[in-house]
Design a protein around this ligand. Structure first.
Ligand code: 3PG
Length: 209
C-alpha cells in the first residue's frame, strides 16, 4: 500500500475541512493534533485552501491533503502548497494523471462499478466512496467491494458518530471522511476547543466502536 494511504488507514478518519481564513489554519491543526487526529483534508472550496494547506504542511505534524480538487491546476497548487494527497469528488482522468505526474496519492470519488473500473484503469487501488450516505451507505460499499478484491474505499458524505462504525467494520474500508468534527462555523468563529473535543470524541469512537 502507498505510504500515505497506510498512514490514513492507520488513523481511520479523515476530517474534511472548509476553511474561510487561512490565518485559522494553524489553530485548527493544533486542535486536530490535540484531539488525537493529526490528519486534514483541506477542500478547494474556498480561496483560503492553498494557504491553509501551506500553513498546516509547514508544521510537519499533520498529514494534510487537498480535497475537492477538480482541475489539474488545483493539483499543481495543492502540491506546491505541500499537500500529501489529493481527493476529488469524482474520477477525472486529467486530475488523476496530473497527480501521477507529481507522484502524489490520488483519491478520486467512485460509487458505481463503472466508476471503480475507470479508477482501476488509471492504476488506482483506493477510491473515495462519495457521497456515501445518499449512494446506499455501508451496504452499498459492501456490495460494490465484492467483485473488486483488493480495492479500498474511503466513504465520505453523511457520516458521523452514529454510523461511522458501520463503515469501518467493512474490510474494504480503509478510512472514513467527514466534516462533523471540523464544522465550518466553529473554525470561522475560532471555537477550536469544540473542534478538539469533537475530534477526540471521533477518535474514541474509532478505538471503542
Ligand atoms: C466531502 O467533501 O467529502 C463532504 O462534503 C464531506 O461530507 P460531510 O460534510 O457529509 O461529512
Amino acid at each position: 500500500m502507498n505510504e500515505i494511504l497506510e498512514r490514513l488507514a492507520a488513523h481511520r478518519l479523515v476530517p474534511v475541512v472548509v476553511i474561510d481564513d487561512a490565518s485559522h489554519a494553524d489553530a485548527l491543526a493544533q486542535a486536530l493534533v490535540d484531539g488525537g487526529l493529526p490528519v486534514a483534508e483541506v477542500t478547494f472550496r474556498t480561496a483560503a485552501a492553498a494557504d491553509a494547506i501551506r500553513a498546516i504542511a509547514a508544521r510537519g505534524d499533520v498529514l494534510v491533503g487537498a480535497g475537492t480538487v477538480l482541475t489539474p491546476k488545483q493539483v499543481d497548487d495543492a502540491v506546491a502548497a505541500g499537500a500529501s494527497y489529493v481527493v476529488s469528488p469524482g474520477t477525472s482522468r486529467a486530475v488523476v494523471e496530473r497527480c501521477q505526474e507529481h507522484g502524489i496519492l490520488a483519491l478520486p470519488g467512485a460509487v458505481t462499478a463503472t466508476e471503480v473500473q475507470a479508477a482501476l484503469e488509471l492504476g488506482l487501488t483506493t477510491v473515495k466512496f462519495f457521497p456515501a450516505g445518499t449512494s446506499g451507505g455501508a451496504k452499498a460499499v459492501a456490495a460494490l467491494a465484492a467483485p473488486f478484491g483488493d480495492v479500498g474505499f474511503v466513504p465520505t458524505g453523511g457520516i458521523g458518530p452514529g454510523n461511522l462504525a458501520e463503515y469501518l467494520a467493512l474490510p474494504s474500508v480503509r478510512a472514513v471522511g467527514g466534516s462533523w468534527m471540523v464544522p465550518r462555523d466553529l473554525i470561522r468563529g475560532g471555537d477550536l476547543d469544540a473542534v478538539r473535543d469533537l475530534t477526540a470524541e471521533a477518535v474514541s469512537l474509532v478505538a471503542h466502536p
